[in-house]
Design a protein around this ligand. Structure first.
Ligand code: SAH
Length: 298
């Protein structure tokens, strides 16, 4: 079922054969592999219910399409090391949807004109995904929870891939910020306005908080996706909570079934405003993290 039998492992281990249109590889999963993805996704959605998600995520019919774009683009751009169907379903899609336990569905806004971008009044219904890579978790949260996604990605090639995902979402629901998060946090249109900031595999929590807390409105949430040891990173914030505007901090812990591992969401609530000094110049938060040079990265 989950690719643990000998035969299945054989299939998983074989390098998939790409299909070419002109010189471009467009698909590298076989029909059987696509079925395995769909099976794993269904199982994962069932598991999310057990994990406490009380409503049906939307857009799950478009996730295979997303996975196809991912595995085919991955032949040109290095987006992910995970390309087997079960791995993509669990480690990218289901893992991303764990955030729904914290952020819920997007609030409805009266605005929402098609393709309008980021009028400040609507910013609460926007979620920024810092260091989005191939769009995890942000784009999945957009599909599943209706959030407007601001995908923030420093590498131009990855940002270009993120733009290819536009058709999966409502018109205007996806915006790509091709640049560093430090610069976004200096933009009047976004600073102190967003409802949610998420980040997965980006950096240590003190670095993420320096990028992300200034973007949040009062009461907004920063959700950092971490592995089982992630809780330790909370103490890196101790001396800077006031300056960054960190209020309550909570931890959501879930063990995924089979061998998919234990995942942690560190959730910081925005209180007050962030000191205008933060984030520091581009590259500085990472080079000289607020919490000092202790070990450990995202
Ligand atoms: N969130 C994705 C990708 C993680 S890799 C996932 O979990 O699969 C981290 C990504 O963050 C890389 O693509 C890198 O280019 C980007 N990145 C690193 N520092 C950044 C910054 N300061 N601003 C924007 N993007 C950044």
């Amino acid at each position: 079922m989950l690719g643990v039998g000998g035969l299945e492992r054989g299939v998983q281990g074989r390098r998939p054969v790409p299909l070419y249109v002109g010189r471009r590889a467009v698909l590298n999963w076989t029909a059987h592999e696509e079925e395995r993805f769909q099976d794993a996704l269904r199982q994962g959605l069932g598991w999310l219910k057990e994990a406490g998600l009380s409503w049906e995520p939307a857009g799950t019919d478009r996730m295979l399409c997303y996975a196809r774009l991912l595995v085919s683009a991955n032949m040109r751009i290095n987006l992910t090391a995970i390309t087997d169907p079960e791995g993509v379903a669990w480690k990218h899609f289901i893992d991303s949807m764990l955030g729904l336990l914290v952020v819920g569905r997007a609030p409805r806004t009266s605005a929402g004109g098609e393709g309008e971008g980021n009028p400040a009044g609507e910013a609460a219904a926007w979620l920024a995904d810092l260091g989005a890579g191939a769009g995890f978790p942000g784009v999945v949260l957009g599909l599943a929870g209706g959030w407007n996604c601001l995908e923030v990605e420093a590498q131009a090639k990855k940002a270009a891939f993120l733009r290819e995902l536009e058709g999966l979402l409502r018109p205007g629901q996806l915006q790509v910020w091709a640049g560093r998060a430090e610069r976004l946090a200096r933009e009047e249109a976004w600073r102190e306005r967003l409802g949610v900031v998420v980040a997965r595999a980006l950096a240590r929590l003190d670095v993420i908080a320096e990028y992300g807390m200034p973007l949040l409105r009062e009461g907004g949430l920063l959700v950092a996706y971490k592995g089982p040891e992630g809780e330790r990173e909370l103490e890196l914030l101790d001396a800077f909570r006031e300056e960054l505007g960190v209020g309550e901090a909570t931890v959501v812990r879930r063990r995924l079934p089979h061998d998919w591992g234990e995942r942690l969401l560190l959730v910081l609530t925005k209180r007050g405003r962030s000191d205008p000094r933060y984030p520091r110049r581009e590259g500085v938060p990472e080079k000289r993290p607020l919490g000092g040079r202790q070990s450990g990265k995202g």
